[in-house]
Design a protein around this ligand. Structure first.
Ligand code: FE2
Length: 378
């Protein structure tokens, strides 16, 4: 059974003031090869609505950005219009991938100052952006790989997204699949680098380790990984950090690092309050999920106890369930959503559980290995 086990007490707990209060994830920005087509995919397959746009038609000459929203989840898809730019370099090296994990703050200037003071490396200085709808302040710091955190202060803004973007709506009707908010975003880092990045989140952003898994927890006959979950004070923002571990064959994390050419965001977990409907809907729109064998369901109820969902539906949709001290969770993972086996999504519904589904790791990683085998990368 999966339990929440705080690891070593944080020595900084004596200092109870949260120097970086976070209101949540503000947005996730992808750098992609073709933002127009990616936006179509996220609208038609995932049910996100376009809410804003920036590009040549709005006076932005070097890029096109589509802002999409579903529930509280906001994504920005940005493509370069030029061969030599940070965006095109990012796409050339990584393929489509996450550039920015933006954090919603009350005071961007203070967020930048506090994190720089604690050792953050600045990516972009404080910028004050204004238009007729008010003001947004942003500032950015580096994290693992080429990924950055942007602090976004929007308390004095009433527009669609932020100055520089024009309000836009989807051109065809979009039907939501019931996604509500980002539950967690997972980073893959290189061999032996997990603790370095965990320490970065502890020291620089004031996060705490809430769970850790070692290679005994997360291994199959062939491959292994290690993982620690860091969270901010109110746990609105949770970042599991994975590193590969030695196994007989290639770890899925190693495969990611090979294809992404470095550390980066591995998966984004999006929450629903009706996973049966959400997953049935996504499947009908062509989203592919990892498949666990039907034997997974043989002892499932014995392992997790009573559930509110219809068990036959859970089984038919191949949804996974795990329990911790506080409740249970239902989850399911897509196959990679791009040509490179890098980024994928997790659909999660929490019924009290605060953990991450450790009881499903073995079945899941065996499913991932079957996919790796098909790609010739195991
Ligand atoms: Fe996850």
């Amino acid at each position: 059974m999966d339990t929440l086990q705080p690891t070593a007490p944080n020595s900084a707990t004596a200092n109870t003031e949260d120097f970086l209060p976070l209101l949540g994830t503000d947005y996730v920005e992808f750098y992609v090869g073709n933002a127009k087509q990616a936006a179509y995919y996220y609208q038609s397959a995932w049910g996100y609505e376009v809410i804003a746009y920036a590009g040549p038609e709005t006076g932005v000459k070097d890029r096109a950005s589509y802002v999409l929203q579903q529930g509280k989840i906001r994504m920005v898809l940005t493509a370069s219009l030029e061969p030599d730019s940070i965006i095109s370099e990012h796409v050339k090296k990584h393929g489509d991938g996450v550039k920015v994990l933006a954090l919603w703050v009350d005071d961007a200037e203070k967020a930048l100052a506090e994190t720089l003071k604690r050792g953050a490396k600045q990516y972009a200085p404080l910028e004050v952006k204004t238009d007729a709808d008010g003001e947004v302040r942003t500032a950015s710091i580096h994290t693992y790989g080429d990924t950055v955190h942007t602090f976004v202060e929007r308390k004095n803004y009433n527009g669609a997204f932020m100055p520089g973007y024009t309000k836009m709506v989807s051109k065809t009707p979009v039907k939501s699949v019931g996604l509500k908010y980002i539950d967690h975003c997972v980073g893959n880092v290189g061999w032996g680098e997990m603790n370095t990045w965990v320490k970065f989140y502890e020291d620089v952003l004031g996060f705490k380790v809430i769970i850790s898994f070692d290679d005994q927890d997360i291994s199959t006959e062939y491959s292994a990984l290690m993982s620690k979950v860091v969270a901010n004070g109110n746990e609105f923002v949770k970042f599991p950090i994975n590193e590969p571990a030695e196994g007989k064959k290639k770890s899925q994390i190693e495969e990611y690092l090979d294809f992404y050419h470095g550390p980066g965001v591995q998966h984004i977990a999006v929450a629903t309050d009706n996973i049966l409907e959400t997953v049935a809907d996504l499947r009908s729109r062509g989203i592919e999920f990892l498949q666990v064998p039907d034997t997974y369901y043989d002892d499932l109820l014995a392992r997790v106890g009573n559930i509110e969902e219809d068990f036959e539906e859970v089984r038919r949709l191949n949804i996974l369930i795990d329990r911790d001290d506080q409740g249970y969770l239902l989850q399911l993972f897509t196959k990679p959503v791009e040509d490179r086996p890098t980024l994928f999504y997790e659909i999660i519904q929490r019924r009290g559980a605060r953990a991450f589904g450790k009881g499903n790791f073995k079945a899941l990683f065996e499913a991932i290995e079957r996919e790796q085998e098909r790609r010739g990368t195991l």
